[in-house]
Design a protein around this ligand. Structure first.
Ligand code: SAH
Length: 214
């Protein structure tokens, strides 16, 4: 299948979703989204829609991936923590823009599939593990950027703690899918500055003790 035409349309659609950062657009354009999508849905790979990836989880719309990535204000000196690897699509975009990405996923089969994709794309600056991402990654603490790709009830405190001074976290807040909003949290000398970016719908962030992983 040739995706050139639908990919060009997608990139144009990103603009109307509010994605203006050229590096973010270029990263989205450079990543073959079709390899992150179940084979039967490949013809939808470049539609601006949320797609199922198994285990009741979803691959976010490219527009949302773009908005969240843009809000992180990445460059190649920064170390990023991602909570919720899912298909690995967002991870791959981050890896194109940051120095190193640490990513945590609670569902082992999803993580393994994502790791196979990182291998296929020869991405060498991603470190991944299976576990509860709300606990952060203590051995790699602190992070310049943190991105959570599942909706939390509130800003996860351990993740906020693992931000550098001046560090930025982007996290969707709210369990009820009707009332979720993406927050951009900046760590300052006096605490945290929080800004609401826009309303969204995400699957919930689940602490490890609530369900079995795998
Ligand atoms: N960013 C992903 C989509 C994520 S869907 C992509 O581009 O495909 C959200 C993911 O967060 C799911 O895979 C879900 O299993 C994972 N998740 C939810 N709670 C989590 C937790 N506490 N720790 C780690 N991963 C979690």
């Amino acid at each position: 299948m040739n995706f050139d035409h639908s990919k060009a349309l997608l990139v144009m659609g990103l603009r109307s979703a509010g994605v203006t950062d050229r590096d973010v657009m270029a990263a989205i354009e450079s990543v073959p989204r079709e390899i992150f999508v179940p084979p039967v849905l490949r013809h939808h790979a470049y539609s601006n829609v949320t797609l199922p990836i198994g285990h009741e989880q979803t691959l976010s719309q490219p527009g949302i991936v773009g908005i969240m990535t843009q809000a992180l204000d990445l460059n190649d000196r920064l170390k990023v923590l991602e909570v919720g690897t899912g298909s690995g699509y967002q991870t791959t975009i981050l890896a194109r823009l940051a120095r190193r990405v640490y990513t945590v996923e609670r569902h082992k089969p999803l993580l393994q599939a994502a790791e196979a994709r990182f291998e296929e794309l020869k991405l060498r600056n991603i470190t991944s593990k299976c576990g509860d991402g709300t606990l952060g990654w203590e051995a790699q603490n602190p992070f310049d950027r943190v991105i959570v790709t599942a909706a939390a009830l509130d800003v996860p405190p351990i993740l906020a703690d693992q931000l550098t001074l001046g560090g930025v976290m982007v996290v969707p807040i709210g369990y009820d899918s009707e009332f979720q909003t993406i927050l951009r949290v900046v760590r300052t000398e006096n605490g945290f500055d929080t800004q609401e970016l826009r309303d969204v719908r995400f699957v919930p962030l689940i602490p490890a003790e609530v369900g079995e992983t795998g």
